[in-house]
Design a protein. Structure first.
Length: 300
């Protein structure tokens, strides 16, 4: 919080988790930058959620070569995500920065909040630039009517690993004065690029101090963040059972069985013909039990 709670702000450094995502998906530098920016934004936005099991998903559907981005974060600091085309290569912009906007292209940005495991709220806007930070800024203004400033960045090493990643979100509370808002706008107009500040050693607190220079800043909480996926073999079992007996029989005919890969983390789950037979037998057993269980009479 800052300026007597006239502003609330969030900041994150996410180099390690973006690097994990890069390795999992083998993304090109521009795909890593797009995914990393979106993951950083999702982490900060998910932190705004109240419930321990609440989830936030950012979904970008676009016509650029990346084809789209999907990222999900929880309120405990976990995040996962993927780009639909991870191998995009484009020339850099004139200032040397990766041209994420061209890679994303035109389309829509959708934010989905899953609250209390039962209520879902969705907001959607048209993409304004594809650069992610500007689009998230417009999302807050258009969909939630919260004046905000969003800064996001991912810096890539020559060996295509992630050198720095992170960002900040500053939001104006309804009772903020014109004077404090004008000073904040001046700060944000003159602030260096996020990756430049992080390259110079800035952590989350430093990002907030720069964005909120001249205001009293109170750090109210800190939280660890991580690239974290909740995929399990039980989930892939259920996915295979949904295919039905005929499809499972076809997969069993393959000498080496089959594998399912998680879109979010890249983990592969292999099934041998014997394991597929076991799943088919389970499916048959489920059908028999269902047939043998009579329907209960309707309550009157």
């Amino acid at each position: 919080m800052a300026a007597g709670e006239q502003f609330r702000a969030f900041a994150v450094t996410s180099r390690n988790l973006v690097e994990e995502a890069r390795k999992a998906h083998r993304t090109s530098p521009i795909a890593t930058a797009a995914l990393g920016r979106t993951m950083s934004a999702a982490l900060m936005m998910a932190y705004m959620l109240k419930g321990e099991d609440d989830l936030l998903t950012i979904q970008i559907d676009s016509d650029g070569p990346l084809k789209g981005i999907v990222v999900t974060a929880d309120s405990r600091g976990g995040v996962k995500g993927y780009v639909k085309n991870p191998l995009v290569v484009l020339p850099a912009k004139d200032d040397g920065h990766l041209n994420v906007g061209a890679a994303v292209g035109k389309g829509t940005l959708t934010v989905i909040r899953d609250l209390d495991m039962k209520n879902t709220y969705t907001g959607q806007i048209d993409l304004h630039s594809g650069e992610i930070a500007e689009d998230i800024t417009h999302y807050f203004a258009e969909s939630e009517q919260i004046p905000s400033s969003v800064g996001l960045g991912v810096l890539i090493n020559k060996d295509i690993s992630v050198r720095e990643a992170g960002g900040f979100i500053v939001q104006v509370m309804p009772f903020a004065t014109d004077e404090t808002v004008a000073k904040l706008e001046e700060n944000l107009k003159n602030i260096p690029h996020v990756t430049d500040m992080m390259r110079d050693g800035a952590g989350p607190e430093d990002l907030l101090e720069r964005a909120l220079a001249g205001f009293d800043v109170e750090i109210t909480d800190r939280r660890d963040v991580a690239f974290r996926c909740n995929c399990t073999r039980e989930r892939t079992d259920r996915a295979l059972l949904l295919l039905g007996e005929d499809e499972l029989s076809e997969l069993m005919m393959q000498k080496d069985g089959t594998s399912l890969q998680c879109q979010f983390c890249g983990k592969k789950y292999h099934y041998s013909p014997a394991q597929l037979l076991s799943l088919k037998e389970e499916l048959v057993s489920q059908k028999i039990r269902k047939k043998e269980t009579p329907d209960l009479p309707e309550a009157k």
